[in-house]
Write a protein that binds this ligand. Sequence first.
Ligand code: BTN
Length: 332
Amino acid sequence: MSGQIIEFLRNSDDFISGEEISRLLGITRAGVWKRVKSLRQKGYLIEASPSKGYRLLYSPDILTENEIRAAVKGNIIGREVIFFESTTSTNDRAMEFGQKGYPEGVLVIADTQEKGKGRLGRTWFSPSGVNLYFSVLLRPTFSPKDAALLTLMAAVATVSGIKKNAGLDASIKWPNDILIRDKKVGGILTEMKSDMDRINFVVLGIGINVNLRLGSLHKNIRSIATSLKQETRKSINRTELLGQVLRELEYWYKALLRDRKEPLLDEWRAMSSTLGNKVSVRTKDRVISGIAEDIAKDGELIVRLPSGLIEKVYAGEVTIPKNQNAKFKTQN
Ligand code: BTN
């Protein structure tokens, strides 16, 4: 009910009387006042005037299901929103919903994750009140060999969303690290359930460090991570950023469903901080060094070895040595 009071106040440019709120919600005026006091305790600044009523002056960055619903306007992505104040991992929950037959487009989002998962079995630091952690359930009709395009799509949507919402130039380090000034600001974890020739469902999990203070990070990763607030020196509204990233996802997903793969790959190439550089890629069993030449349609990184031979790398961890003495732009 407090969420509805915030909605009324937010939709009104001026004061809204206690009497009107009490009528709309079917509660007493004392009940309205009680909820206003509890909203103030959560950080909302609400002016109260005995003659005019209530007016919202400031909203703290609190994720609420109502606000998320209002910000997510796509007709596929986010057509259903499942919000948790806290959950294990939004990816795990979305996988469960996928198994239970939930429809494509379901958005699972949490303010904090107890067991946030990163790539390669790592954990994803997921404190409450500062970042975005969300997963989208998809049921694409294309073949499993094209599934990697969905991860590329998530990276492109995240970078575009950050650009449009926070005005920052982020880039993609293969396969799907989101960087700003070479520091990690976000990551993507894709999980899939499929048969040999058919995707059952895919979960795209996205984590973005939004208002995280770097001081709260473990000292081992403080020097390699960043957040949007750290870069802009301003607090970013998480719900608005989420809405923007989801709009970008919707755009690119519809393009993929119409078989428009090349524009997506071109966008990925333009956002990549990997292509054109000397790289070392640590795979499960070896390290491959060479020039990162291109990305293949199946998401593999194409590396030209010093011998001139080409290697395609499916999974691994890229390092880009500083002070490159042989850097060139790929011909795409
Ligand atoms: C990476 O290692 O770079 C991938 C990080 C992915 C983190 C996100 S947060 C939302 C979703 N739920 C998870 O448990 N992981 C992903």
